[in-house]
Design a protein around this ligand. Structure first.
Ligand code: ZN
Length: 237
């Protein structure tokens, strides 16, 4: 019996009156573990970031982290079950992350199982440094092979950069447009200027690997610039 079913029984109410998180113990445990790990790596500090797994596609339903929670100490209740418009599927759930729509749009447009968003130092800095070029290009690194479908270091990934905004519906539509752009689709994720990174995978394990690989490569790029003393380039302000 899950934690939430127990809670219902202790209160004397029917198990049939399902709490929206009943049956999601495994997904919740994995997302909590992801939060601890990302917090410890410095990718999700100060209650930043949000994570989700896709529960259903017809219609689209996601399990997403609740708003404003410390990702290093997520409890079993710090999650919300939302529909494709980003609103809770049943009332009386915690408020979902302000950026929930950015999860929904990827879940609707791509065959993915999990979406992860981090606020690392390197994603924050490089998304500003390369903003005028529209993307950070990651090329020639062995670690690129950690991305799904890549089997050689002779590969280039463009991480597109979107301007930051507090108007999430507008940003979500910009992302949707790029996801559907056959000439230049968003394959592995994207950056938001001075903010952070979104990526995804066919399941949570793959999405976590993509975060690890992309964060590693962003750090390589940032440290390369420092070592080469080339940070004097024009920085967009
Ligand atoms: Zn964010």
């Amino acid at each position: 019996m899950s934690t939430f079913e127990n809670e219902r029984n202790n209160r004397g109410t029917s198990v049939a009156e399902h709490h929206p998180l009943v049956g999601l113990d495994e997904q919740i445990a994995e997302l909590r573990e992801t939060g601890v790990y990302f917090f410890q790596r410095g990718w999700s500090v100060g209650t930043s970031s949000n994570y989700s797994v896709i529960l259903d596609r017809g219609p689209c339903e996601l399990l997403v982290t609740a708003s404003g929670k410390d990702k290093g100490r997520l409890t079993e209740r710090d999650f919300v079950r939302v529909g494709q418009d980003g609103t809770p599927v049943v009332p009386n759930q915690p408020k979902s992350s302000a950026e929930t729509l950015l999860h929904c749009v990827v879940a609707q447009e791509l065959e993915v199982g999990a979406i992860l968003h981090t606020h690392s130092v390197w994603a924050t800095l490089l998304s500003n440094l390369y903003f005028s070029e529209g993307a950070v290009k990651l090329e020639g690194y062995e670690m690129l092979k950690g991305l799904a479908g890549v089997d050689t270091h002779e590969h280039r990934v463009r991480l597109e950069i979107f301007e930051n905004t507090q108007d999430i519906p507008i940003l979500a539509e910009q992302v949707r447009k790029r996801l559907n752009d056959p000439a230049n689709p968003l394959r592995y994720g994207y950056l938001i200027r001075r903010h952070g990174m979104y990526t995804w995978g066919r399941d949570l394990e793959e999405a976590r690997r993509h975060i690890e690989v992309l964060e590693f490569l962003l750090e390589c790029e940032g440290r390369r610039l420092m070592l080469e003393g080339s940070v004097s380039r024009n920085v967009s302000t």
